[in-house]
Design a protein around this ligand. Structure first.
Ligand code: MSP
Length: 598
């Protein structure tokens, strides 16, 4: 076999061929150094079409209606998808619903519906939420679809053929809420609401039960060193860094084989194990394969599968950063490029849950605060590294300050007929604002120009690492600076009859509109509606709104500005209407009931 180092100089297609060769799976035949080299290459190098990008959300359980946390996962992925499109990528964005498993089976029973009808109803609610919130998915997958069952069965057979699945007897703790197996050290004593002693998962707080079953096991333990190699060779594979270290830490602990099926007598609502009708495939294996199904597995998944990025909440990191890569390694498939992890929204300091009665309805909130308002709030206040507490008042304060007053106020000032009677993108005068001081601009103005010129690069860096809140912080700071610029020079006080004053006034407006054009362009992945309104008002055409168009203030650099002298777009009203806090109490989420005992 050729050495991987030699292969690195060849096309990355060869790495795929190598990965899929029977000699290659798992990567055990290679030295550790070589394995790292191959994994790093296959995980970071763009194949065939450098401009393909594939982003996914987790697929959502249909046992209950969508809540704010679900919308948050979807908004993060939507933002990345829109950002990549702006950069000229051919981006694919998948979301959908996770419909098999014991908890769905039980929820359907409790609702008195047959499982598929129940799943269809709730799945439609997710779809409705996403459509209402401008989540621009390209694919919506349901695990009850035929194409998915085929993909899961095929995937299972590949693992089986490679000797990675064997029949065994599982005995241990299981949490139906999390659909997860736990070791004794992951379980604690607690009391339920009636005072009865129960066992719960330390991580989620959900009740666990002892289970003893004959089922199929996956040789997870065989993959520890390959997983470590992958992570060490790809420090950006799990972001933010804090979660990357958490995964490395988990891999230091015991990594027992994983039960990947349940007895059909206990779980009927799922995909039967190929060749054994007495067993149902474990819901997490079934669910994770959705990412491959959308990519076209098993026939034509390569274009997308080589470019896969997953957005996941911190509660499902282990499934995505340990189980999933191990399954993929076992099946001889490339690993995801990046797993973007986010933390949780809490209410009153507690995780949102139906049993606590503190669930925030995202549809209701986006009707109250507008879709763009909610998107902006979630991405501006949501910090991937740590949990954030939700209150309506925070939403109102933030949106009034940054969208209504600061951004909306700036647009309003610069397009108001009083200052801009001709309703055009006025001319820039290099003598008034020369590249060296000496005109009418002052030192703070030059600092502002520097900040706005650097903004696209700053925003790009933060979007790439899904620290979207930092990108929005940087944009908000620049908007404040531009407002300061206008305020400082008070163009409304200038004498229009004086030609020099008129040229300076035009220059102030030109610079401010250029700033607004940059903000509008960069904000498109976050608030598509507001950005469209803003850019349309400035007269920026749809074909002039991509990442390649963020060439700020070309006239200052002695170049032509395509917008100079162009008519502004029509005035379609305020950019974002101020929100009132009255009547909010009525809409506040219900008070929390008994707290979980851990
Ligand atoms: N079905 C699994 C995922 C399978 S992916 C192959 C699942 N579903 S879920 O509906 O419970 O969660 C979906 C997403 O919502 C996860 O990313 C989860 O972290 C996120 N959120 C659930 N509650 C949340 C908050 N309170 N806050 C933020 N996001 C949270 O897990």
């Amino acid at each position: 076999m050729r050495t991987p180092l030699l292969l690195l100089s060849r096309s990355c297609k060869s790495v795929h061929r190598l990965q899929q060769s029977p000699f290659f799976s798992p990567l055990t035949a290679l030295s550790r150094q070589q394995r790292i080299a191959v994994l790093r290459y296959s995980s970071t190098h763009s194949c065939e079409d450098d401009k393909s990008y594939y982003i996914t959300t987790p697929i959502f359980y249909v046992n209950a209606s969508p809540h704010l946390g679900h919308l948050y996962s979807a908004v993060i992925a939507d933002c990345l998808h829109r950002y990549k499109l702006l950069q000229g990528f051919n981006s694919r964005f998948a979301t959908g619903t996770d419909e098999h498993g014991l908890k769905i089976q039980q929820a359907a029973e409790a609702a008195g519906k047959d499982p598929l009808t129940f799943c269809t109803d709730v799945s439609e609610r997710f779809k409705h939420l996403f459509n209402s919130c401008n989540i621009s998915y390209t694919d919506y997958i349901r695990t009850t679809e035929h194409r998915h069952r085929q993909a899961v069965k095929h995937f299972w057979s590949v693992l089986c053929d490679k000797g990675l699945i064997y029949k065994g007897s599982y005995e241990g703790w299981y949490s139906t809420q999390d659909e997860s197996f736990l070791t004794a050290s992951q379980v604690a004593d607690a009391l339920d609401s009636s005072g009865t002693e129960i066992k719960v998962s330390l991580e989620s707080g959900h009740k666990v039960e002892w289970m003893k079953e004959e089922n199929y096991m996956f040789r997870l333990s065989a993959f520890r060193s390959q997983l470590l190699d992958w992570l060490r060779g790809n420090p950006g594979s799990v972001q933010p860094e804090r979660f990357y270290h958490a995964v490395l830490h988990w891999l230091q602990e015991d990594l027992p084989d994983l039960s990947v099926s349940r007895q059909r007598s206990r779980l009927q609502w799922g995909i039967p194990v190929p060749g054994d009708a007495e067993q149902t495939i474990y819901v997490w294996l079934d669910a994770l394969v959705n990412y491959l199904t959308v990519a076209g597995y098993p026939d034509k998944h390569e274009q997308w599968w080589n470019m896969a990025h997953h957005v996941v909440g911190k509660d499902i990191l282990k499934f995505h950063a340990i189980y999933w890569p191990a399954f993929l390694l076992g099946a001889g498939l490339p690993l995801p490029q990046t797993i973007y992890v986010h933390s949780h929204w809490t209410v009153g300091g507690k995780k949102m849950s139906k049993s606590l009665g503190n669930v925030v309805d995202p549809l209701e909130r986006s009707q109250m605060f507008t879709t763009d308002g909610m998107r902006y709030f979630l991405l501006r206040q949501g910090v991937p590294d740590s949990d954030c507490d939700y209150t309506d008042n925070k939403v109102i304060k933030l949106l009034n300050a940054e969208l209504a007053d600061s951004l909306g106020g700036l647009l309003n000032r610069c397009t108001a007929p009083a200052l801009n009677p001709a309703q055009v993108y006025p001319s820039f005068c290099p003598q008034s604002f020369p590249s060296e001081q000496g005109g009418r601009a002052v030192v703070e103005d030059y600092h502002m120009l520097d900040a706005v010129r650097n903004l696209p690069a700053v925003v790009e860096q933060h979007y790439e690492s899904t620290h979207v809140y930092k990108a929005l912080e940087a944009i908000a700071a620049c908007v404040r600076k531009t407002n300061g610029f206008v305020q400082r020079h008070a163009p409304w006080k200038l004498d229009r009859r004086d030609s020099e004053d008129q040229r300076w006034l035009d220059t102030i407006i030109h610079v401010s509109l250029e700033c607004l054009r940059i903000y509008g362009t960069l904000l498109q992945p976050i608030v598509p509606g507001i950005s469209n309104k803003l850019l349309s008002r400035l007269g920026v055409r749809p074909g002039e709104r991509s990442w390649a168009d963020v060439n700020f203030l070309p006239r200052y650099q002695g170049m032509d500005c395509p917008f100079e002298g162009r008519a502004l777009g029509s005035d379609s009203g305020v950019l974002f209407s101020r929100l009132e806090s009255q009547n909010l109490d009525k809409q506040k989420p219900k008070k929390t009931k008994t707290a979980n005992s851990i």
